[in-house]
Design a protein. Structure first.
Length: 298
């Protein structure tokens, strides 16, 4: 059975313990559902679709049923919703690409992509971010960032299967590139892809494996916005201050996912951490994406 969340969260619904409602569709049936707090966050943090392992609902026709498949977000009515009610009470969200364990059997595939002006063949898999290829945000970032220095210590935060880290490494083979990722499947793919394209200067690790005092001359990142604002802020607080003097960070954030409000927050955070040390600006806009640039004084 396949299940679909087909509406964003709405607030203020009478009788909803969490103040949020959505729509769930299984087969040809579609019913309104009261959303638990995790479900509201789950929807807000999704832009496209995320694989799930288990979605359990109460109330007919969903009582006790497990729904497996993908959960695309859309608008109410687009799927032909009918009447009825139910409450989503449980989901196993370990299949999220931003979780350590995707929780589903791995199915790898080989794709051809262009990285650093070269056509290369890499592997992706289910349970990771953008398994179909280079996502639009990463493509926007790579189309704007200047040529990286010939050498130095580089960082990719939220590396996925490796498109940003590999691009840095191929352009600057004398540099050391650290690819940080929490998803174990993505880490394995990034390592294998680095070996496949001859990028021996890439090291893919979990965040806790990076020394607290490590510094970086260059950071490129398509940060995982869908992890939610508190987690995103914690991520940026961890890595942006790690810029070495004279270093730069380039981030891509979709405009409609809060890029314009994130920039002033970054400025304030860095000013509090190191007064007058950093500048943050919007460097460019590409097809609905903001390219943010953070610089540290030499």
């Amino acid at each position: 059975m396949r299940g679909f969340l087909v509406a964003s969260v709405s607030r203020g619904t009478r009788g909803a313990r969490t103040g949020g409602t959505g729509w769930v569709r299984t087969g040809r049936s579609c019913r309104r559902a009261v959303l638990e707090p995790w479900a509201q966050t789950y929807i807000r943090n999704m832009q496209d679709s995320i694989p799930i392992r288990r979605l359990v609902c109460t109330g007919r026709p969903f009582a006790g049923r497990s729904v497996r498949g993908r959960v695309p977000v859309g608008r109410r009515g687009r799927q032909g919703c009918g009447r009825g009610a139910g409450t989503i009470v449980a989901v196993t969200s370990s299949a999220h690409y931003f979780s350590a364990d995707p929780g589903t059997p791995e199915r790898r595939r080989t794709i051809s992509v262009e990285l650093a002006g070269r056509q290369v063949r890499v592997q992706t898999a289910n349970g990771v971010f953008s398994p179909e290829g280079i996502d639009k945000g990463t493509g926007a970032l790579l189309s704007v960032v200047p040529q990286p220095p010939a050498e130095g210590s580089f960082l990719d935060v939220g590396a996925g299967w490796g498109p940003i880290a590999l691009s840095m490494a191929l352009q600057s083979p004398a540099a050391t590139v650290t690819a940080v990722e929490v998803n174990e499947r993505s880490l394995a793919l990034c390592r294998d892809n680095a070996a496949a394209v001859g990028a021996g200067n890439v090291t893919a690790v979990r965040p806790e494996e990076v020394a607290e005092d490590a510094g970086f001359d260059l950071i490129w990142s398509n940060p995982p916005i869908r992890i939610g604002k508190p987690a995103l802020h914690a991520l940026l607080q961890r890595w942006l201050p790690a810029l070495n003097p004279g270093g730069q960070a380039w981030l891509v954030v979709q405009k409609n996912l809060g890029a314009d409000s994130l920039l002033p927050w970054i400025r304030t955070m860095l000013q509090q951490r190191a007064p007058s040390e950093f500048t943050a600006e919007r460097a460019d806009s590409v097809k609905g994406f903001r390219i943010l640039k953070v610089s540290r004084k030499s």
